[in-house]
Design a protein around this ligand. Structure first.
Ligand SMILES: [Fe+2]
Ligand SMILES: [Fe+2]
Length: 331
């Protein structure tokens, strides 16, 4: 899909053509930001180490895969903001997300994706001088992808060298299907995934109101951190992060075309701010239901931190809405 759009015969000339190209790239970036974090959360922490060719230090495969996923999220934000500034509508659809049973197969897919996207970004042709900033942005992003590919290659080489090439991802213990606390945690992560992307959508929507945009971005980052910690808690509970709407085939390969919602409520400041308070409250209720089911200890404490942050969000969102209502002429 990405290839079809970028490998056109004529250079990009019009704003519509540029927005179309950027949206196709954006759908790719959403998918990989998601896919890499899922791949990382499905492997053990601190077990697989490699020599990073760029940082020139011994690095954890899992930690760096998450870091690359975060880079991809920043690519999504950059693309989304520029699409909005050009008068387009940033897409929140995603390309396909896949998880293979073997860790190595996931890393291989990640590395091949990087090479494909580098090639496509670098071969996009623009009519000279028409969109210099976009052309520059695409080139800059492409060299992050070059780095990512080199890093994935080094990870795979190290895993092969240490005999870990057939190691498997974590699997959910079938008994967990009947454990209320595990299922509730999956539900919390689904809500967090929705809400963190919803905040990103609004971060893009309000990018010219930098104060509002930054506040919404901060909440998104908080939710990403909670989602990250929750994925670790799932492992401790004998489970693993789910990919939303995924189908599993006979070989255990999971594929999803919709790993996150593509449509979010609200289209201006007031309608957007009004939807966020009930969304945060729903998440708070889920945490309040889960925490009493968990025995005292590290997990319970961690969940309590997430709950506290969500309560902070409700306070902030309440005042963002109230303050906006006080100002005449605020759009
Ligand atoms: Fe990217
Ligand atoms: Fe990348």
């Amino acid at each position: 899909m990405l290839g079809g759009a970028m490998e056109q015969n004529k250079p990009i000339q019009s704003k519509e053509e540029a927005i179309h190209l950027l949206n196709i790239a954006l759908e790719h970036e959403w998918a990989v930001s998601f896919e890499y974090t899922i791949h990382a959360y499905s492997m053990p922490k601190g077990k697989f180490l490699y020599q990073d060719p760029i940082m020139q230090k011994t690095t954890d495969v899992r930690a760096q895969t998450i870091q690359i996923g975060i880079d991809e999220m920043y690519h999504s934000l950059q693309l989304g903001i520029i699409i909005k500034q050009m008068g387009g509508e940033p897409s929140f659809k995603t390309d396909k997300v896949i998880r293979y049973p073997k860790i190595m197969d996931n890393l291989k897919r990640d590395q091949e994706t990087e090479d494909m996207v580098t090639n496509l970004y670098q071969s996009a042709e623009f009519e000279e001088g028409v969109f210099p900033k976009i052309q520059n942005m695409i080139l800059n992003i492409s060299y992050d992808e070059v780095r990512h590919s080199d890093q994935f290659v080094a990870m795979m080489e190290a895993m092969k060298a240490t005999g870990a090439k057939d190691d498997l991802c974590f699997q959910a213990n079938p008994e967990n299907a009947h454990k209320e606390e595990v299922q509730l945690l999956h539900e919390i992560m689904r809500l967090e995934n929705e809400l963190l992307h919803r905040y990103l959508y609004y971060t893009i929507l309000f990018s010219e109101h930098q104060d509002l945009s930054q506040r919404l971005f901060k909440n998104s980052i908080d939710l990403m951190r909670s989602w990250d910690k929750n994925s670790g808690i799932l492992i401790k509970l004998g489970d693993v992060v789910k990919i939303e709407n995924a189908e599993k085939d006979a070989d255990g390969v999971e594929t999803s075309m919709n790993p996150m919602p593509s449509v979010y409520p609200g289209d201006d400041r007031m309608s957007t701010l009004e939807t966020l308070i009930p969304a945060e409250e729903k998440l708070i209720s889920a945490y309040e239901a889960l925490i009493p089911m968990i025995p005292d200890g590290e997990i319970k404490e961690q969940l309590g931190i997430h709950l506290g942050l969500n309560r902070e969000h409700v306070f902030t969102q309440h005042w963002l809405l109230n303050n906006a209502q006080k100002i005449t002429g605020l759009k």
